[in-house]
Design a protein around this ligand. Structure first.
Ligand SMILES: [Zn+2]
Length: 109
């Protein structure tokens, strides 16, 4: 009586493992362009914000460079930080210099 549900769980588990990796593989493929798009958008936004800051220097509006230059630098640096310490597929925290995610096995760029 206790044997059959136990065996059932065993079989279900064995089947579930490859499906999980397959799902995560799909998640990697889906997330990758999104993450890359985000990085590109943030870099453009960062450059744009710094440009607004420089515009402030040119027009002698002192608060523009004070606000927008650090903001622009932060925005363009921010995706780099995500990239270096988070998995691109499952967003698990990675150790320094880890090129393959320890939790889902996705290769990092
Ligand atoms: Zn991962």
């Amino acid at each position: 009586m206790a044997d059959s549900p136990g065996a059932g769980t065993e079989v279900r588990r064995a089947r579930k493992a490859p499906r999980m990796t397959y799902k995560q593989e799909i998640a990697t493929i889906k997330n990758l362009p999104r993450v890359q798009r985000l990085i590109v958008i943030m870099k453009i936004a960062g450059v744009f914000l710094v440009a607004i800051g420089f515009e402030g220097i040119v027009t002698a509006t002192w608060w523009l460079p004070v606000v927008f230059i650090p903001l622009g630098v932060f925005v363009s640096m921010f995706p780099m930080k995500i990239r270096t310490d988070r998995c691109i597929a499952c967003l698990a925290v990675l150790g320094p210099g880890q090129s393959i995610c320890p939790s889902c096995g996705a290769p990092q760029m």
